[in-house]
Design a protein. Structure first.
Length: 216
């Protein structure tokens, strides 16, 4: 068991063997079964020698709507995506997820973790679209935990009294650019910055929990 007196920061210890990976999806609606997955971005997280979380590499893919999927006009107006734009480098769901999962699996191995766990703002939404696309594509090895996740809407409410991403980011002392919002890559990177900020501010409580465990 790790205790505070012998504390050596390791990602594998911090989250019970899980590697947090921040994910944001842009979609054609709210139903993961019927609405298209259009964009997905993932931000890998790293741990500094002092035990602070920090952003690592970002991976982002444009996705072709699956056959028979629906595109809700209201959702499309928010994300501003034109699925038929000739310069949009979109790929089928299976190819996009296969390419996304490759660096995630490598990061899990590098951190000596057992599995990735999705971090998202209202994370159940992002996880539901990832899981639905995995099922449609017939992908057998999903690196993410199938139902557990870390939700920064909840964490933002606890830490700063704010559940809206833009407000939570601002309350955390970070910058928010409204013009860049609602793209998967920007929202994922801002969510990652928020998650790292909250975890780093709670690091003292984590170390205190190690001290309590060592006493027991």
């Amino acid at each position: 068991m790790t205790d505070a007196s012998s504390y050596e920061p390791r990602m594998a210890d911090r989250f019970r063997g899980f590697l947090p990976v921040v994910v944001d999806v842009e979609t054609g609606g709210f139903d993961a079964r019927t609405n298209a997955l259009l964009e997905v971005a993932a931000v890998l997280l790293e741990m500094s020698p002092s035990g602070d979380l920090q952003r690592g590499a970002t991976h982002r893919f444009h996705v072709q709507p699956f056959h028979g999927s629906r595109l809700d006009p209201a959702s499309m107006a928010v994300n501003g995506i034109d699925p038929d734009h000739p310069l949009r480098p979109a790929m089928p769901e299976k190819e996009a997820l296969t390419q996304l999962f490759r660096p995630v699996r490598q990061a899990v191995r590098d951190a000596q973790c057992t599995r990735a766990i999705l971090v998202g703002h209202n994370s159940s939404f992002d996880l539901s679209f990832i899981n639905a696309a995995v099922e449609r594509a017939g992908i057998k090895r999903n690196p993410f935990h199938p139902f557990s996740s870390f939700d920064t809407a909840t964490l933002g409410g606890v830490a700063f009294g704010q559940t809206v991403l833009a407000r939570a980011v601002t309350a955390a002392g970070l910058r928010w650019d409204s013009a860049s919002a609602h793209s998967a890559i920007y929202d994922a990177e801002q969510t990652a910055a928020l998650f790292c900020t909250i975890c780093n501010r709670f690091k003292g409580l984590y170390i205190e929990s190690l001290e309590n465990a060592s006493i027991e």
